[in-house]
Design a protein. Structure first.
Length: 328
């Protein structure tokens, strides 16, 4: 009995997903997840959940930036031995031909194009996050991480100087919660000299100017419970591109810390300098209208996938959390 057209397309899609999974999880290469007997490509400063020592590859600017951080001796040894790559130049790991491509984000931020060394097969472009002007490259599959700036139907407005300056007039410290050093640097650059900032030790080495007396404090999402906040009188908090678990953690922290009748003011904002739907649509077109493998926060992924399918007509596969762990 001949295979129906729909069944044939489903079978082809399943085969391609299997090939993509093999390329990003079963070769000698790993992406932002250092592991034993694998070479790790570092895409952005702070994109790694845990910076495990091992063989590393990264863009030259990223490696130089990481040298400023407070690393352990074993991490510094790995950094000194890291292979430096440039945007637009091919290199190889195992059976893959790779190319670092500018993501449009600072500190040497890079997407990664993957293809088979012997030619043929799929071409994939793995992204962690994208700035407003990332470098496109033709590919069959675009691996995206859902981000609220483009995935949500009604995203929070990007953080602005005016809004932060207004909050500083309340007196005390304005806590700005971000996920990585990349976001902290983007915010600090937007604020410039008009609104000075202080920062968590994880972020401070990457910022051009840090004022220990500044009223704006850049702080990691995952350090809300850290002891460093205890010495600050926080009067307002801004959640930048924060998923629901971070919101819940901040609310629990606020309830424990609040000792006056005046409630802590909490607002949300998007990270400045990140791709929105208009920019992402243009990027997707420039990449050759590839199929999309979407990962990340489930709420963001659901809205983002619906938009990709409905507005762009893209073929989209959403990876659940369990599959993400094996993929990435």
């Amino acid at each position: 009995m001949p295979m129906a057209e729909g069944d044939s397309k489903d079978s082809e899609l399943e085969a391609e997903l299997h090939e993509v999974q093999h390329m990003v999880s079963r070769e000698r290469l790993s992406l932002d997840e250092p592991g034993p007997d694998r070479t790790c490509f570092l895409s952005h400063v702070g994109a790694q959940p845990k910076l495990v020592p091992g063989p590393w590859i990264g863009h030259r600017d990223l490696v130089y930036a990481m040298a400023l951080a407070n690393l352990s001796q074993s991490q510094r040894t790995s950094l000194a031995r890291a292979v430096l790559v440039e945007h637009g130049r091919e290199f190889g790991v195992g059976r893959l031909t790779l190319e670092a491509v500018s993501s449009g984000l600072p500190l040497g931020g890079s997407s990664l194009r993957l293809a088979h060394r012997q030619g043929g097969g799929l071409r994939c472009l793995h992204t962690w996050a994208l700035g407003v002007a990332p470098s496109p490259t033709p590919c069959d599959w675009l691996l995206l991480r859902a981000q609220p700036e483009w995935a949500l139907d009604e995203p929070a407005p990007a953080l602005r100087i005016k809004g932060l300056r207004t909050l500083t007039m309340l007196g005390g410290t304005v806590l700005v919660l971000v996920d990585t050093a990349v976001a902290a640097l983007q915010i600090a650059r937007i604020l410039g000299e008009d609104v000075p900032v202080q920062a968590h030790p994880r972020f401070a080495p990457y910022l051009e100017r840090v004022d220990p007396e500044a009223r704006v404090l850049l702080w990691p999402h995952d350090a809300i419970e850290g002891p460093g906040l205890q010495r600050h009188t926080v009067v307002a908090a801004v959640l930048v591109s924060a998923p629901e678990p971070v919101r819940q953690q901040l609310e629990a922290w606020r309830q424990r810390q609040e000792k006056s009748a005046e409630p802590l003011r909490v607002s949300e904002a998007g990270c400045p300098g990140r791709v929105d739907r208009t920019h992402l649509a243009a990027f997707w077109e420039a990449c050759g209208r590839p199929r999309v493998l979407l990962r990340g926060d489930s709420a963001w992924s659901a809205e983002g996938a619906a938009w990709l399918r409905g507005a762009l007509g893209a073929t989209v596969e959403v990876q659940g959390r369990a599959t993400q762990l094996s993929l990435i």
